[in-house]
Design a binder for this molecule. Sequence first.
Ligand SMILES: [Zn+2]
Length: 579
Amino acid sequence: MNLLPFGELPPFKKRKFVPQKVDWSDWKQIAPLFDKLEQRIGASKSPADLERWLLDWSELHAALDEESSRRYIAMTCHTENTEAEKAYLHFVEQIEPQLKPRQFKLSELFLKHAARKQLPTTRYEVFDRDTQVHVELFRPENVPLETEEAKLGQKYQKLSGSLTVQFRGEEKTLTQMGRYLEEPDRATRQEAWELVAKRRLQEAEKFGHIFDELVKLREKIAVNAGFKNYLEYAFRAKRRFDYSPGDCVKFHDAIEKEIVPLQRRLQAERLQQLGLDVLRPWDLAVDPMNRPRLRPFEKVEDMVGKTQNIFDRLDSGLATGFRQMQDMRLLDLDNRKGKAPGGYQSTLNEARLPFIFMNAVGVHRDVDTMLHEAGHAFHALATRNEDLYFYRSSPIEFAEVASMSMELLASEYFEEFYSDADAARARREHLEGIVKFFPWMAAVDAFQIWIYSHPSHTREERAAEWLRIMDRFGDEVNWSGYEPARVNLWHRQLHIFLHPFYYVEYGIAQIGALQVWANSRRDKAKALDAYKRGLSLGGSRPLPELFAAADCRFAFDAETIRPLVELVRDELEKLKRAS
Ligand SMILES: [Zn+2]
């Protein structure tokens, strides 16, 4: 039974090194391929030999990656199918742990190779420096610590996922409770918000304890690897070659100066529109004019058709890509029983084709998700001709420029989905969401920078620092009577627990996306060409060059941010009148 929505997808290039038939569940068939690569690199002498070897390694990487993606897609499209789940777990638990040391060995052999320094610099410098970091940070004594870290992460997820409340006689998850914050009736919103806040507070001690353990572990990992603290280790491990903690601190300052005032102004407007005297934490998600939810489409086919219309109007090259994805059934978009929640874009690395998964139910969020994931898919399509596996994806800071730009560029054509007034409303919500994101992002990032540069802090000091940060990036919301909930607000942010420091990337990318959008308002065709040029580089060049190719500056200081915020502010002013 074929559990994949798409049919046969031939590899983009015929395999030269990997045999045509491999049972990827059987380590005994995979290991000899690594043996061969280890022997081969010993025998290769010239830079040309080494380049060929890298392509063979790439081919193996791509085949393994596609296998993992296929199993993941099959499982998420059919959660009730135990075979699909078993196949995925087998790969994750039995195959992947054996791959890691073998891949590491190949990285080491590459770095030791005599011809490495003779490889063309521009072509290989990014791969070379990434490989160096991979090898340089590895410490065998950190392996069990990382396992422990992953276990604590699971504990956090399990605890968060298990929380429910009794709401009007029904048990509800905290995620399910989110929709009641959009209710026009204020008392309902307050009741829902209080229940959730109270439930989280009951676990505050546990969340705090998990986090204490994580900080201790991470500090140990950093020291083992020869770093002063986890902050410095994490920047290296995340291959942040092109910006420092100091740049992030400047980014926070710029957000405080340029964006927080606009955020406060928008909330003051909200307060006025809602006709309230004071804005409370449960007043932030409701439509300020108490209108019903936007209904962009009834059926998923409509969503796809209208999205296609938008791309047709935006750019013929991108439009062709999206049409091909439909023809090849590389989209599984409708919400149905037996499907995992959420949405993602995954790349089938041998076919070099993107796949989009989501659960559309007919709300505006679906449109945003569709456009966002389509941006990632365009990125994957743009790098199809790149033969080096490692360069077919880019760092998150730029990968999210591809997706976030597409949300902004496509929002210009929301009339495909809505009346003029509703299109203006959807654009306004989108831009307000961008404004709102930056201060929260800055708070989360500033908090983590403080935590890992003060690893021996007490819980009291941590709470005090969080409150200081909340005041700094704070808003017009009145928290009185709910102070304990505010002190522990960061418990909700999964990244702080599971993916330390992984958050500022979205802020950096959004600054890039806003630049692409600003460019498109001056000259649409030129901006689209630059966007596609940036995408086509994949991960083959350092971040500043990827941004430059897309006609953006890789900068997130006040000077870069100011004109973008002015554009957003003026646009919001216009939309306010139109919606
Ligand atoms: Zn994304």
